[in-house]
Design a protein around this ligand. Sequence first.
Ligand code: AMP
Ligand code: GLY
Length: 425
Amino acid sequence: MNVMVVGGGGREHAIISCLARSPRIKKLYALPGNGGIADLAECVPVSAEDIEGVATFAKERAIDFAVVAPDDPLVMGAVDRLEAQGVRCFGPSAAAATIEGSKVYAKALMRKYGVPTARYEVFDDVDKALSYIAVSEAPLVVKADGLAKGKGVVVAENFEQARDAVLACMRDRAFGASGARVVIEECLTGPEVSVLAFTDGKTVVPMVSSMDHKRAYDGNQGPNTGGMGVIAPNPHYTPEIAATCMRTIFRPTVKALNAEGRPFKGCLYFGLMLTPGGPKVIEYNCRFGDPEAQAVLPLLESDLLEIMLAVREERLAEADVRFSSGASCCVVLASKEYPGSCKIGLEIDLGGADKLLGVSVFHAGTRRGDDGKLLTAGGRVLAVTATAPAAEEARERAYDAVERIHFDGARFRKDIGAYGTQAIR
Ligand code: AMP
Ligand code: GLY
């Protein structure tokens, strides 16, 4: 089969590393891919958000199957466009992707179908939003309705922070049209868990749970980022909690989307908080998490292409979805200035880290220079994952690999997975 993966970050590198092992794939393309993906797939300089460009390429190269990985093209309808021209896809329709594309939609769905989540109000008027926060008790969480490259959420500790977040979003349009409406919600507490689940709209098969580390600096300090590291499985996520989530969150969400005429096929991401009142949904994503995919997929033992085809054909119940009983630890190496705007084009020395047993060096923001040298090309540069039978060993291996890698200003958190079973926030 000719298969293409739309996207070009660490998540896509992890997906492509799995797909590359599938015996049924004759040719693998990445649009646009990156410096690491280039070793496994032909990288084509078409942006993931250029839906017409993606569709034209699929036609020209007789693509049999497409994996649309990032949120933007999914919400923009890339899957609908490709399916309409006969290309089978892994990923939700635009209608189903709205569960990530609009937080207002996601919250209304949860309210209507009784899926546990934080209490909330929606505002499309700045003054009304400001009046509401003036009479509400802090902390409060302010969320832009639409996609905001992971930056649209502010956990405001006091009235001033909540006011600034509302003004930045609604008046100054820091996230463009995405901030025309805001969700203001109750601040929940408890450990966070990410659960990625395959679903074909009929069956839900959760993958190994994981824990993202979103803050930029050690000890969960500093600004929120796209994610600085992940461990899998998540030590807080017991089999009892998993059973509760399946009953109260995963199945009800899939059923709700069906009932609304938006059946979801693909990877549904549940961002959960294990609150004293039980597990609640913090957010939904319509795709694999980044960097969660880089920690979870290396533990997948069965054939990812076969699972993705089964999702597309609505026969997931029969598919072989097996994960190793081991653990993984993924540490992100970022540019010095991340999450601010970063200097790029710095030479990277992998120091043989990618050759270590049980280690995968996923490229997030890299490219090959004209002389073939590996260069930085973004804020998050590499995601280094180690797998091992137990969590502590995975952590040691990951950091051993990370210490070998060098580029100017390389920065990483030293405490990924270091909290054991303690609650972290
Ligand atoms: P998101 O961009 O939706 O993933 O949100 C970013 C982060 O904000 C989450 O990972 C949580 O740490 C935090 N967050 C979002 N909503 C809430 C909430 N209702 N209560 C507490 N923290 C939240
Ligand atoms: N790691 C969180 C996300 O992918 O949105």
